[in-house]
Design a protein around this ligand. Sequence first.
Ligand SMILES: C[S@@+](CC[C@H](N)C(=O)[O-])C[C@H]1O[C@@H](n2cnc3c(N)ncnc32)[C@H](O)[C@@H]1O
Length: 440
Amino acid sequence: MVHKSPREVAVEVLTTVLERKKPLKFTLTDNILSIFKKADRAFLIELVYGVLRNLYYIDWLLNGFFKDKKKLSLYTINNLRCAIYQLVFMHIPSYAVTNETVNVEKSFNGKPKVVNAILRNFLRKYNEDELLHINKDMETDIKNLSILYSHPEWLIKRWAKRFSLDELKELLKANNEKPPITVAVKPEERQTVAEYFTQKGFNVNFSKHVNSGLIIEGQGYEIRKALFEAPFFWIVQDEASQLVCFLLEPFEGAFVLDACASPGGKTLLTAALIKKGTIVCVENNKKRLEKLKENIARVKKFIPQVEIKLILADICKMKFKDYLTSLGFNGNKFDRIILDAPCSSTGVIRRNPDVRYRVNEREIKRLSSIQKIMLENISHFLVKKGILVYSVCSTEPEEGEEVIESFLQKHNEFISIKKLRTYPHKDGMDGFFIAKLLRN
Ligand SMILES: C[S@@+](CC[C@H](N)C(=O)[O-])C[C@H]1O[C@@H](n2cnc3c(N)ncnc32)[C@H](O)[C@@H]1O
């Protein structure tokens, strides 16, 4: 394999993510990151995440420097975006940025002369003091907020209906900050695991909202590398996601259905919390089911008394009932059900900065109707006095409150015990909607 520079890989990743709409987390993988030395790896991550978190702002800066943007390939445009990020946000000397950007352009037979001219022109006119002034004036209307914080206008408009201007800005800012790496461990082992990581040189803090969480400071890749050597039960999981498992009121011996299970974060923490029992995991995507299998295999030895069964099925279709019967669950209903439904992911923009450029309002409506069908279908599998926890990592009411209200209207045998929302700017957690329902 020809060894590419981090700048070349950044341009390729950005083109795949922005133009082919492939999620960043499946594009900039640990496999790719492992090719690089530590400093280059950190640079590549900063460049890709930085450009994505500031895309509209960078494009706004670049605008006016193109003669004919349409004549430039998407690679060239992303190469220029990387250059602007390095100049404005990373403060890398201009001669180095210009040289390297021209080299990247040559590596894919692009337009090195055009790129060189655009950057030189930009450097002549770019004035930091003037920008600071413009930024201050921009913080007032939606169009400007959209550029400054790089979020689509339609999403800001939605949030502006629910938040004051100050809070809206806090949310936008929080979405562009580097999120903490949070790990779920067994509550009874939290102290021991924290000491283990402290000894390995990491700064470790207890999470505030759940007693299974550890917040480990450092670069994600390096933390994941250290985690894979750790002789403990662990899963990388945000606090909000851990909270879902606690709201389930897990108990020893429970019979649990995880209706949308992969990659298994909630399955595994629930397994660690119930200690003994059975969890049936349903997932409709074959590839994702394989990922779930892998994740279970990694920690199975730490949860030996929990049986985990996997079913490849679509929970929107009642055929799913037959799958359960075929596995020997003859009409047995579940004590606990987790429905962590597929959603727009607008609550995890800080972890996946590309989500904001992929999602749209039509998609939110489509997902909302799927979520309603899912909830309707699985609700029949819950025992009386059983608990069902519904969750989505979305900020949008169509995927949260609306789903629960429409369900409760049709089902007076269910009551809602708790409904809550978490936000990155308020709680330091991912943005989740969680509802805890009890069947009477
Ligand atoms: C939000 S993710 C679940 C995350 C998981 N609960 C965790 O904590 O790691 C939703 C999952 O549901 C799966 N899914 C989507 N539609 C489904 C369906 N109709 N039936 C079963 N699973 C589905 C998706 O493939 C995805 O893996």
